[in-house]
Structures are given as structure tokens and as C-alpha cells.
Ligand binder design. Structure first.
Ligand code: SF4
Length: 202
């Protein structure tokens, strides 16, 4: 069993609790698609742009510094990952995630991308020793598109929620047993791990 698992498992766990088991216990990873490669290139472009962008709209003044591709790790939580960008002020930080597609659901508890960004916020708080005020999901601009973003305040309730989510994933990894899944057929038919789930009767 690994001591630390990638933060991306938080999003995948929300899709199906079996994915952490396949990834971490069976060593089965998802497919590397051409879309992932394109996403990587877009991310690199956004990292350049973010250094030139104004963040006055947040209402905190401009940040003192912007770090990009920030490696984060928490020994206490046992997770690691790379945050796209961190905006740093004297007393607080804001975590930025670049996304090509983002569906802002009303309830952040049902949004894997939001939860992943909240997990980065927890790790960044540990690393920078500053509170993260909010997460900023910044949509990657395609040709001639306007800058679009979503903001979510980071609260203690959300911090505790993410901590519990991380513990649930860790429990699955510790058990080393295929967990039950209530995933509906509509989910399973689009899942990369379907070949490994022989109890899906449809
Ligand atoms: S096929 Fe269905 S049950 Fe199996 S991992 Fe995917 S979503 Fe979960």
C-alpha cells in the first residue's frame, strides 16, 4: 500500500469508490487520451497567462506573488498533487485550478472538480502556513472566448468534509478489497474500468 495517494482520486472516488481500489491496489490506471495531451498544452499556456492577469476582481488587491505548478504534499493527510497556481498575499492565499470544462453544480458536495480544488487548498494551507480564502476555478479560454471563472469560499465545514473524504479513500486502500458500488448503468457504460467489474449485470 502506498503512503500517499494522488489528490485526483478524490474526483474519481466521487464517480465510483472502486476507482481508488483499481488504481492503488491493482495498479490499473485510466487510459491516456489525446484530450489529456491537449489539456496539458492548454494548462501550460494558462500558467504563462496567469502571471500577467489582474486579480483585482477578487477584491483583495493584486497578489504579492503567483506560484504555478505547485507540488503539494501532506504527510499528515497522506495525499499529494500539483496545484495549477497559487495566488499569495501577506496573510492568505487563493488556489487556482484551470479547467477546460467545468459544470458548476449547485451543491459543491457533488462536484468532483470542486472537491479536488478544495483538497489542494488544504494542502496549500499546510505548505504556505496561511489560510486559503477561496478557490478559483478558471476556465481555459478557447479562441476569442472571454475569461470565465467560478469562485468558492473555503470554510471549516469544507475543510472537514475534504478531510473525511480523504479518510474514506484511505480506508478503501487499507482494506485491499473491491468495495461495493452503487454506480448506475449509465455511469458504468462510460467507465474505463468496466472490464474489471464483473458484477455489472446489464
Ligand atoms: S464500471 Fe461501474 S462499478 Fe465498475 S468502476 Fe466503473 S463505475 Fe464503478
Amino acid at each position: 500500500m502506498m503512503d500517499s495517494f494522488p489528490i485526483s482520486l478524490i474526483r474519481q472516488f466521487l464517480f465510483c469508490p472502486r476507482i481508488p481500489y483499481f488504481n492503488e491496489i491493482r495498479g490499473i490506471r485510466g487510459l491516456h487520451t489525446p484530450w489529456a495531451e491537449l489539456g496539458k498544452l492548454n494548462h501550460e499556456k494558462e500558467e504563462e497567462l496567469v502571471q500577467r492577469r489582474s486579480f483585482e476582481f477578487l477584491g483583495f488587491g493584486e497578489p504579492n506573488r503567483i506560484d504555478t505548478s505547485v507540488r503539494l504534499e501532506s504527510k499528515s493527510l497522506g495525499v499529494h498533487g500539483v496545484a495549477d497556481a497559487i495566488l499569495i498575499w501577506t496573510d492568505f492565499i487563493v488556489v487556482v485550478e484551470f479547467k477546460t470544462v467545468f459544470e458548476p453544480k449547485k451543491n459543491w458536495r457533488k462536484n468532483g472538480q470542486t472537491q479536488q480544488a478544495l483538497a489542494y487548498a488544504s494542502l496549500a494551507e499546510e505548505r504556505y502556513n496561511k489560510k486559503c480564502r477561496c478557490i478559483l476555478i478558471s476556465l481555459i479560454r478557447m479562441k476569442n472566448q472571454k475569461f470565465r471563472y467560478h469562485l468558492l469560499e473555503v470554510t471549516d465545514e469544507k475543510r472537514i468534509f475534504i478531510q473525511k473524504k480523504i479518510e474514506s479513500i484511505r480506508d478503501i486502500i487499507k482494506m485491499e478489497k473491491l468495495p461495493n458500488s452503487s454506480a448506475a448503468p449509465e455511469k458504468c457504460v462510460q467507465c474505463e474500468y468496466l472490464n474489471y467489474c464483473n458484477d455489472r449485470n446489464f
